[in-house]
Design a protein. Structure first.
Length: 345
């Protein structure tokens, strides 16, 4: 089960020193782009769990091929040359790398191995081709190429079989011979005493005060409040289609960074669109809300106003006050209402 681990990561140029130092401390060897220079850096790294690869990289050429990293920019990852992906690599099913500015990290990892077991130098290339880019000059500038050169000595070390672990033989302790008991005494059955007759418990009458005290509940039964109709599943689905900036909305709703990162990676693995990401974030936020009435409406409308969606925030507030679900028609209805008298404490 020998193989090498590769990591393809995209990040802005101002984070290059920090990112590269962090990956080197984790045991990765950095391979930069060959023959191009991008101010918004993209780099390819790999490491081995067993052998360190001695790689060579061509220095960057000093020409202006910088580009701007935009939200949702997607590359297709292609691996060619004397190596192949391992059978369980998820890159076989989904070979896309999508950049999200709100996420702390944007990368893909995969395991690869030699095509054959000959002790010879290996040369492979990893190509990142931009998707949905029609402009030829921009497409050429966004195309990223990386060259991997594995020396023959590294390949020889890779092919050395693992030495089996030496196990110490377990010494068997000889068993002592059993001693024969020549004094055989016949077993005489003992007479067991007869069991006592069963006793019938005497039931006492329970006083009325004790029964009343045991059956009376101490705390009043509280019925949980139902959620506002402006926060139903259909209402949140309509809101997600009108506000596709799901990751931005998650930040204004004060969701943890770990939750935002998990939803972002789930969206990447399932190829979800922006509206689906917004809907998943809204559902997760609603489950965390203890008060699904006015307090939740206040938090949601404040987040929308911070994102300059004032008309949608007014429409959601109007639906909550009139006990209606939020639809696209609610926006036109809310423009005819006056919300100057409504305020949150």
């Amino acid at each position: 089960n020998k193989s090498w681990l590769a990591l393809v990561e995209v990040f802005p140029q101002h984070d290059a020193c920090t990112k590269i130092s962090e990956r080197i401390s984790q045991g990765f060897t950095v391979i930069t782009r060959t023959q191009t220079k991008a101010t918004e850096a993209a780099s390819f790294r790999f490491s081995s769990r067993r052998h360190q690869l001695h790689t060579k990289s061509t220095p960057l050429v000093d020409n202006d091929e910088s580009f701007e990293l935009q939200e949702g920019l997607t590359w297709f990852i292609n691996v060619e040359g004397d190596v192949r992906l391992r059978n369980d690599a998820d890159l076989r099913d989904n070979a896309q790398l999508r950049y999200f500015a709100r996420l702390n990290e944007t990368f893909r990892t995969f395991f690869f191995e030699p095509l054959d077991m000959d002790p010879r130098p290996l040369v492979a290339s990893v190509n990142l081709v931009p998707m949905t880019i029609n402009d030829e000059s921009l497409r050429e500038k966004l195309t990223l190429n990386f060259k991997i050169e594995i020396e023959e000595s590294t390949m020889v070390d890779f092919l050395v079989p693992d030495s089996p672990r030496e196990t110490k033989p377990v010494e068997k302790i000889p068993e002592k011979p059993r001693e024969l008991n020549l004094n055989i005494v016949p077993d005489i059955p003992k007479e067991e005493p007869a069991p006592p007759p069963p006793q019938t418990p005497k039931l006492k009458d329970i006083p009325t005060k004790v029964v009343r005290r045991l059956t009376t509940t101490k705390k009043p039964i509280t019925v949980p409040d139902k959620e506002s109709r402006a926060l139903t599943g259909r209402s949140l689905m309509t809101l997600a289609r009108l506000v596709p900036e799901g990751l931005t909305l998650a930040v204004h709703l004060q969701l943890p960074d770990s939750t935002i990162t998990g939803i972002g990676f789930d969206a990447l693995s399932n190829s979800l669109n922006m509206s689906d990401v917004s809907y998943k974030i809204l559902l997760h936020w609603k489950r965390k809300c203890k008060d699904k009435q006015m307090e939740a409406i206040r938090q949601l409308t404040n987040a929308l106003r911070e994102m300059n969606y004032h008309i949608i925030a007014d429409a959601i507030l109007n639906c909550h006050l009139t006990n209606k679900e939020f639809t696209r028609d609610s926006i036109s209805d809310s423009q005819n209402e006056d919300f100057n008298s409504v305020s949150f404490q």
